[in-house]
Design a protein around this ligand. Structure first.
Ligand code: KMT
Ligand code: NI
Length: 254
């Protein structure tokens, strides 16, 4: 009897974990560290074994932001409208990517999958299908981000990244931009590019977190503020948000 009860409890808790997982995966884009030794097709997931999932918080630390929206309602979506207004995204176009609709498909995909940065944010809203954005983390490891219908993703200026379709071979994307779009890709290495330098400067490193925590501790316990040498690492001025990235520029078209 006791054994029966505990085994049924066990299966209940497994079911709850499963439900929580399903809800979590539905709420969040999935992201994971890639197996970089794998020579598999780039359209395959390329998980490490065992899988190493990446949290939304870690992506935010890299400056990668996302929203889950309703892709069916993109023409009248108040949430999308607000994001566009708040961030100044006054340019918009739509792009279908699949072998049938893109001229020089192979060449384009090859370029998209070549590691690069941009001088501005890269903003993509997936309306149909799915695809992968790969971004480099602080230790230069590849993180694979799986975008599906409803995922709006923002990659910060200066982050090394690349893009590929998955095995579904189709994605419909909305591209957003502040002002006249500039899609120029600067292939790696770009360590001297101003956007790259700015990105690196704003990255919240372990060291910065340590110093920030120390300063918080000092303030809480009435010790003097951090010495001058650490001032440049502090979030003031200019004010930076939790992710360590300043709000995006305010370029506007006339
Ligand atoms: C880019 O810069 O256009 C890319 O990284 C590919 C993303 S969507 C076509
Ligand atoms: Ni790009």
């Amino acid at each position: 009897m006791a054994i029966e009860a505990s085994s049924s409890n066990m299966s209940n808790s497994k079911i709850i974990i499963l439900i929580v997982n399903v809800l979590y995966l539905n709420l969040h884009m999935q992201a994971w560290f890639m197996d970089e030794t794998s020579g598999e097709d780039q359209r395959l997931p390329r998980h490490c074994y065992p899988k190493e999932l990446v949290s939304p918080d870690y992506l935010a630390e890299l400056g990668v932001l996302y929203w889950r929206l309703n892709p069916e309602n993109y023409e009248n979506d108040a949430e999308l409208k607000k994001i566009r207004e708040d961030r100044g995204y006054n340019y918009m176009d739509l792009l279908d990517i699949c072998p049938e609709k893109v001229a020089d498909f192979k060449e384009k995909l090859k370029n998209f999958y070549t590691e690069h940065i941009h001088a501005d944010e890269e903003i993509r809203y997936c309306l149909e299908g799915s695809a992968y954005f790969d971004v480099r983390d602080k230790d230069d490891r590849w993180i694979r981000i799986w975008i599906k219908a409803g995922d709006l993703i923002i990659l910060p200026a200066g982050i090394y990244h690349r893009f590929t379709l998955d095995t579904g071979d189709y994605v419909k994307l909305m591209r957003l931009f502040v002002g006249e779009p500039v899609w120029t890709a600067h292939n790696r290495p770009q360590e001297d590019h101003p956007a790259r330098k700015e990105y690196i400067k704003n990255l919240v490193t372990e060291k910065k977190v340590e110093i920030l925590m120390q300063v918080k501790f000092n303030i809480s316990y009435g010790f003097p503020l951090a010495p001058q040498s650490t001032a440049s690492l502090l979030p003031y001025p200019p004010l930076i948000d939790k992710r360590g990235f300043k709000a995006s520029g305010n370029k506007q078209t006339a």
